[in-house]
Every structure is written in C-alpha cells, then in structure tokens.
Design a protein around this ligand. Structure first.
Ligand SMILES: [Zn+2]
Length: 352
C-alpha cells in the first residue's frame, strides 16, 4: 500500500435513481446501487460532493435550445419515449441537469487540485447525446458539458476525453470534431451501436487529428484494451499534452455485459486506469476525472468501479511495461490500423 491514499472526490446521490426507466430497460437505477457498493468498499478516502443542477448557460455550450426544450417539454408529459432506446420520466430533466452540473463541479474541483481524482457516478449517461438530439439512453452530454466548463471557467487550453465505454460516443465526437483543443479518443466495439467511430473518422478542419477512433472487433478483452492503452493512448496523449484528462467511463466492455460482446475483466480496467493515472501525473499535474457512461451488468459495474479505485489508490503498482503485440494478433492489427490513419501526427503509434 502507498504511504498516503489520494483523496477522491465522488458524485453520488440517490436522486440519480429518480430517472425512471420502463420495465426491463437495461439503463436502470439499480446500476448506481452497484457502483455505490464498490465505492463503499473503498470508502475511506472518498469525499462526496453536493450535487447541483447545471445552468441553462452551461448546457447551451454544447446543446441547442431546441434540444433543451424537447427534454423540458417531454418531461412535462412523461413518461415519454424519445426514440426506441431513450426515455424521459417526470423527473428526468432535473436528474439530467444534476448529472451535468455535478460533473462540472467535480471536474472543476479536480482541475483546481482540491482532490487528487474525481469519480462521477451519475445517470442518465451522456456520450450519445448530440448537440440537438437526445439518443442512446442519453439526454445531456455530461462529459462534453464539463469539458467546455473547464475551458470557460478555468481557461484550460487542452483537454483529453478518453472514452472506453463499449459504444462509440458519437455525441462527444461530433461536439468537438472541428476543435483542436479537445482530443476525443474512443475505444469501442465496431460495428455496433451507434454505427459511428470508424478508424478514419479523425476530425475535420482545424480539428483534424483531434479525434482518434479505435474500432475493435467483438471478442476483444484485456490483451487488446491494455495493449491499446500502451501503444496508442500513451503516445497520442503524450504528443497532445492535455491539461486535464476526463474518462468517459463505461463498464459495458466487461465480459458479463449483456449489451456488447467484449471480454474485459477487472484486470483490464485496473491497468487502463493505472496507465491513464500515470499519464495524468506526467503531463497534467495528475488532473484526472472519471464520468460514468454505460455498463449494464451489475457484476461489471461493481468490478469495474472497484478496479478503477484500486488503481487510483496506487497507480505505481500498475506495470508500465508495454505488452507484446505478435504480428498475427488482433492487437497488432488494431495498432497498425490506427497508425495508418494517425502516424503522421502521432509518430509513437505503432513504434516498437
Ligand atoms: Zn455504452
């Protein structure tokens, strides 16, 4: 054990369970109870922050006024279905604003070094929410709203959003694809919902290269995820040199998840967290916050959250040895596919 455990700010509140789902829906309030159990096991160094709702001004940095109005209007006549996956219950607008506002405060507190790390155990999730369209269980894009708040409130110049949810975060990518100041790096199952996130989606205009997509075939597990963390996430992040790292932290790449076909175990989440924590320590004064996205197996949410906390309590215990990628391996093919798109900008990809 390290000499002193880091202080971790946590957003966790029963009100996040008041966004009610239709019977049988995978994005259900019980998900947060699973995360809470894991947090309680590591409870000694956690400080719970008081949640607050995001202001309209903060939300409108990412979303259109029509988008906000649509959620407001559907909440008033709830329960309502916005698309086959996405629903609004009576308190959903309030809960979504709490999720976004709390994620902002968490990110700001970590950026100001009031805590070593942050974890936002919020719902509804956010990364599929587009500027003008709720989708994929997501109403407001919590991580995107927080990134813009960091820039607006603290003047941060460059932010990395690392998204290891098993689904591609179309909403986050589209929010920043023309913007070189926010690098979006996603590891996701492909092809899969929502259909975006090909390797060659690399940003556009001034933002070309500030979108990095790792489109993984079904069946990938710890070897591929840990290997990509070392061989792609590390060189890209070192070259980009962010001032803060936000992780869109879904746990649906877990081997038990019912909505995807990946095989990540606790070891995978622990080692990825360790790599990211070491990057944050080297590059941006340790500024690192995790924002819950998906994850639909109770076991995956518990194990994943526990693994993140374990790695944060002692990042030095995680090996920084770059795993081998034999020529015929899936990992090798994935690194090469990424290098083919990005090697000019990030020469470290695929080197060695
Ligand atoms: Zn997901």
């Amino acid at each position: 054990m390290p000499a002193s455990e880091p202080l971790i700010h946590v957003v966790e509140d029963l009100r996040f369970q008041s966004h009610e789902s239709p019977p049988g829906h995978p994005e259900r309030p019980e998900r947060l109870a699973a995360v809470s159990r894991a947090l309680d096991l590591h409870g000694a160094h956690l400080h719970r922050m008081t949640p607050r709702e995001a202001s309209e001004e903060e939300i409108l940095r990412i979303h259109s006024r029509d988008h906000y109005g649509l959620i407001e209007e559907t909440a008033a006549r709830a329960p309502a279905q916005l698309d086959p996956d996405t629903y609004v219950s009576r308190r959903s607008l309030e809960v979504a604003k709490l999720a976004a506002g709390s994620t902002i405060d968490l990110a700001l507190s970590v950026a100001r070094r009031e805590a070593s790390y942050g974890i936002a155990a919020v719902r509804p999730p956010g990364h599929h929410a587009e500027a003008g369209r709720p989708m994929g269980f997501c109403l407001l894009n919590n991580v995107a709203i927080a990134a813009r708040a960091l820039q607006a409130e603290l003047g941060l110049d460059k932010i990395l959003i690392l998204d290891w949810d098993v689904h591609h975060g179309n909403g986050t990518q589209h929010s920043f694809e023309n913007d070189p100041s926010i690098l979006y790096l996603s590891m996701h199952q492909f092809p899969h919902y929502p259909g975006t996130g090909r390797f060659d989606e690399a940003g556009s205009g001034a933002g070309l290269g500030a979108t990095v997509n790792l489109a993984l075939p079904p069946g990938c597990g710890d070897e591929e995820y840990i290997g990509l963390a070392h061989r792609v996430v590390v060189p890209v992040t070192q070259r980009f040199a962010p001032e803060m790292i936000l992780v869109s932290c879904g746990f649906d790449a877990h081997r038990d998840d019912p909505l995807a076909a990946m095989n990540v175990s606790a070891r995978g989440y622990r080692e990825m967290t360790g790599v990211v924590a070491r990057l944050a320590a080297d590059l941006c004064g340790g500024r690192l916050a995790f924002v819950l996205e998906g994850g639909y197996a109770i076991s995956g949410l518990e194990e994943g959250t526990g693994a993140v906390l374990e790695a944060l309590s002692d990042p030095e215990s995680v090996s920084l040895e770059t795993p081998l990628a034999p020529q015929a391996s899936t990992l090798h093919a994935l690194v090469e596919a990424s290098a083919a798109v990005h090697r000019g900008r990030y020469p470290g990809i695929g080197a060695a």
